[in-house]
Ligand binder design. Structure first.
Ligand code: AMP
Length: 537
């Protein structure tokens, strides 16, 4: 057989940056500064600065595979690092500023980060762990020359970096970036993305049946750039040539809505809590913001209650539900209505849109239990297993064989069922399932049903130790502002939809449910808060 005749051009970020410099040089990149003012730049300027950054890093002795950390909000300088660090051959390690300082220090040390780029406004956080991490140099972004000690002013350094000169040759298997898992079970572990995995992921997330991104879009990642590369959106946006808008440190609903309105955002992405806040703000002041009909909001990171999908439709806006993990780059499932479901009624359409969705191209998803792949009956559940070119095959420095099946799938730890159309619906994390009297209870379904009650803003269900049943479910409930509802009403709301033993024994009303740094319910903490319900200890 003859070999293919195509050129062997590696899938590296350079393919994107070259086009940003020529075809897309004028396309805008906008962000909100800490003082709330709006700054504007272009892809042309971002990439010119990124290349200067790459040369500057090389001049400092940074070599292929070295880790360079950022501790930053979403803004143009972070986007510059998204390109500049990998263009130097180094690995962009985005530190999660919402973690405890000791945990950030652990992660930076585990990764062996050589340098740090930190926002001036985040220096107080950095000071809490500076002594614990031996960064060789610290660059302060947005300091306006006001740096102290051995710290370096980022702007001054960049201005002095070589404007010309070659950049290192990159191979598509070279590491581009890394993120750490949230570590709800055990220590956080590093996941390392390659140029190839990042580019393929960007291409597929942009496809029409995925997030449908185009040159005509204006994309606002509310999801932080330190969470799985803001779901890959900064790269996908640059690939398609969409304008990017970044919120800086201002993530409150009004600031986000102002930005969506003033910058004509067409697609925004964030975790359910962000959209809950935005729904409440829109309900409270329906006339305040003139949002374009057709505005799409991508929601993921935690299950979206069906009610929220309905509420946004009522407001003329579209929620698109997607599922992923740090280990999956993250996009694996997207819930879009396929032609196969064209004939279903309206209630079923909402139900499908609230599911995690169907696998995107290249991601092979199996839902498997002891009997094998589960039947597509929407009832039988199993663990979600994934395989594909942007799914991790190990962790940084750890093989973690127990996280993979013998046939090479990554075990997600998520439990789901599949319906006859192939839509995957998560029912729980394995670790959060409740075993009551020998029977399993899946908490996510209870939570979604509870959040369907008009008086409920948020609800989380956890299992607590019980002397007879071993565990029983208890619901933590946050009411919507001004709403009145009793435990009996909530039980009656759930009763028609669940077996009796699934119904929570108690409904505990709270002001807020503890959350992880990524905006997910922190069930370990909630379980601790409620664990004494029966045993008193
Ligand atoms: P992380 O790696 O911190 O992003 O966490 C990944 C985990 O978040 C997944 O294994 C799921 O348990 C959860 N998750 C992500 N997206 C969704 C979603 N759309 N619905 C429900 N859970 C989700």
């Amino acid at each position: 057989m003859p070999a293919g005749t195509m050129m062997n051009v590696p899938l590296t970020l350079t393919r994107v940056t070259e086009r940003c410099k020529t075809e897309l040089a004028h396309v805008e990149v906008v962000h909100r500064e800490p003082d709330r003012s709006i700054s504007r730049t272009t892809y042309g300027q971002v990439i010119a600065r990124a290349e200067a950054m790459a040369r500057g890093l090389s001049a400092l002795g940074i070599k292929k595979g070295d880790r360079v950390a950022t501790l930053m909000w979403n803004h143009a300088a972070h986007l510059t690092a998204y390109f500049g660090v990998p263009l130097s051959g180094a690995v962009l390690h985005t530190l999660n500023l919402r973690l405890h300082p000791d945990e950030i220090a652990f992660i930076a040390n585990d990764a062996g980060d050589r340098l740090l780029f930190v926002d001036h406004v985040l220096l107080p956080l950095f000071e809490k762990f500076r002594a614990q991490v031996p960064f060789e140099k610290v660059f302060v972004v947005g300091a306006n020359g006001k740096v102290t000690g051995t710290d370096v002013d980022y702007e001054a350094w960049l201005a002095g970096a070589p404007k010309e000169g070659p950049l290192p040759d990159l191979a598509e298997e070279d590491a581009l970036g890394m993120c750490y898992t949230s570590g709800t079970t055990g220590k956080p572990k590093g996941v390392v993305y390659t140029h190839r995995s990042t580019l393929l992921h960007a291409i597929v997330t942009a496809m029409p049946d995925s997030l449908c991104l185009s040159r005509a879009d204006t994309i606002l990642p509310v999801v932080p750039m330190f969470h799985v590369n803001a779901w890959g959106l900064p790269y996908a946006a640059a690939l398609v040539g969409a304008k990017q808008v970044h919120p800086g440190p201002h993530l409150d609903a009004a600031s986000i809505l102002d930005l969506i309105e003033s910058e004509n955002v067409t697609i925004a992405a964030g975790v359910p809590t962000i959209w809950l806040g935005i729904r409440d703000a829109l309900d409270a002041a329906p006339e305040k913001w003139k949002l374009k009909p057709g505005l799409r909001m991508v929601v993921g990171g935690a299950a979206v209650p069906e009610k929220l999908v309905r509420d946004f439709d009522r407001l003329g806006l579209t929620l698109i539900h997607a599922w992923g993990m740090t280990e999956t780059s993250p996009v694996g499932l997207v819930s879009r209505l396929t032609p196969d479901v064209a004939g279903v009624d309206e209630d079923t359409r909402f139900k499908l849109r609230a599911k995690q969705g169907v696998p995107v191209p290249f991601v092979d998803v199996r839902v498997r239990n002891e009997q094998g792949d589960v039947p597509r009956d929407e009832k039988t559940s199993g663990e979600v297993l994934v395989r594909g070119p942007w799914i991790t095959g190990s962790y940084f420095g750890i093989e973690a064989k127990d996280r993979f099946t013998d046939d090479g799938y990554f075990r997600t730890g998520d439990v789901a069922n599949v319906d006859r159309f192939g839509y995957v619906q998560l029912v729980d994390r394995i670790a959060d399932l409740i075993k009551s009297g020998g029977e399993w209870i899946a908490t996510v379904q209870l939570e979604n049903a509870l959040m369907g009650h008009p008086a409920v803003r948020e609800a989380a269900v956890v299992g607590v130790p019980h002397p007879k049943w071993s565990e029983r479910p208890i619901a933590a409930v946050v009411k919507r502002e001004g709403a009145v509802v009793s435990e009996e009403e909530l039980r009656a709301h759930l009763a028609p939809h669940f077996a009796k033993f699934w119904l929570p024994d108690a409904f505990v009303f709270m002001d807020a449910i503890p959350r992880t740094s990524a905006g997910k319910f922190k069930k370990t903490e909630l379980r601790e808060m409620l664990r004494a319900h029966y045993t008193g200890t």
